[in-house]
Design a binder for this molecule. Structure first.
Ligand SMILES: Cc1cc2nc3c(=O)[nH]c(=O)nc-3n(C[C@H](O)[C@H](O)[C@H](O)COP(=O)(O)OP(=O)(O)OC[C@H]3O[C@@H](n4cnc5c(N)ncnc54)[C@H](O)[C@@H]3O)c2cc1C
Length: 311
């Protein structure tokens, strides 16, 4: 297996005196712990831009940042020279035509969660991926742009949208398939919108959390499209990745329980998982297999296997 699973730095420290810095665990004394906890991000200048061109130009400077809802940025300690606010550009809504839903980058996660058209089209998958994230007040601040551009390994919505058929529109980079976007290096482009295409794809989204509203231990979208079945697994704890049924395990018309078990075990074995404070890699692999099987059962119209003895 060549794929490597990089740890998410923010999740690593397990004791108050451990900090994760540039790939190394740093041990500091209690005073320094307090010192670092008291530090927060600062902003020198705030600019509400009147065009994407203006935002892009400003964003080329290393110390400037695009400000989505600021929900993630506020946890950092960055000294921001200019916070670039896109909220005057009319990018905070969802439009629908015959072929797709267009979701502006400033749309909040809660607006996406309660959009009836997307709820009906995705048969509840998008709503399921969002409803566990902290609380409604927080989801009324966090944006689709910040959530997708951030490419967080734990992101429920990123995992779910990868299980559907989505593109992102970048200001300079143009339209890119979401899966390709997740493999691109972070740069100074701007995510303008997410396009959720009305392709013939069915998706079930599931996640496992240690406690309600915590980050997911494993996130999982199981889909069936024109090419067959696939699973997208995230929070490994790194970025979601797709495993397609290239072995043809699920290629018969009526899917049996034996095939579901075989695909779940095979798919989980294709992925890399790692430990962090929430769970070990071995536990994650086990949970991923269970979620893939449950997702497949839901997709194929059977019992989702939540009952005892049927995982
Ligand atoms: C305590 C906590 C718990 C959370 N739990 C979960 C969870 O369980 N599941 C989950 O999926 N998510 C979770 N999240 C993440 C959350 O849902 C948001 O995805 C995240 O906080 C981004 O928020 P934001 O939109 O305010 O982005 P910001 O904080 O404003 O920005 C995040 C990054 O994206 C950049 N950015 C923002 N918009 C754009 C754009 N349009 N173009 C280019 N760059 C842009 C910013 O410059 C910044 O680098 C959690 C976050 C917090 C703080």
């Amino acid at each position: 297996m060549t794929e490597r699973c990089k740890m998410d730095p923010y999740l690593v420290g397990s004791k108050s005196c451990f900090f994760w810095k540039k790939g190394k665990v740093e041990i500091v004394d209690d005073a320094e712990v307090q010192n670092r906890r008291n530090m927060m991000f600062t902003i020198r200048e705030y600019v509400k831009v009147s065009s994407l061109e203006e935002a892009y130009e400003l964003n080329q400077k290393k110390t400037n940042v695009i400000f989505g809802g600021g929900v993630w940025l506020r946890l950092g300690k960055k000294h921001i020279q200019t916070a670039i606010d896109l909220s005057a550009l009319g990018l905070d809504g969802i439009t629908e035509d015959a072929d797709a839903f267009s979701i502006g980058c400033m749309t909040t996660l809660h607006t996406l969660e309660i959009h009836e058209g997307i709820h009906a089209y995705t048969k509840g998958a998008v709503r399921e991926s969002l409803r566990h994230i902290v609380g409604v007040q927080m989801r009324n601040c966090a944006t689709v742009g910040g959530s997708i551009f951030g490419r967080f390994g734990f992101s429920d919505i990123l995992c779910c949208l990868m299980g559907l058929d989505c593109d992102v529109e970048l200001y300079r980079g143009g339209r890119v398939a979401l899966t390709d976007f997740t493999r691109m290096k972070k740069d100074t482009d701007i995510l303008v919108r997410v396009i959720l295409k009305k392709s013939p794809v069915e998706t079930v989204y599931l996640s496992q959390r240690n406690t309600a509203t915590d980050f997911p231990v494993v996130s999982c979208a199981v889909s069936k499209d024109m090419q067959g079945y696939r699973a997208v697994v995230g929070a490994r704890p790194c970025m979601p990745v797709e495993v397609r049924d290239t072995e043809g395990i699920l290629c018969s018309k009526a899917i049996t329980e034996k095939q579901i078990h075989a695909f779940g075990a095979w798919a989980a074995a294709q992925l890399a998982f790692a430990d962090n404070t929430r769970a070990s890699g071995a536990y994650r692999r086990h949970i991923a297999e269970v979620l893939i099987k449950r997702g497949l059962r839901q997709l194929t119209g059977g019992n989702d296997g939540c009952g005892f003895g049927c995982i």
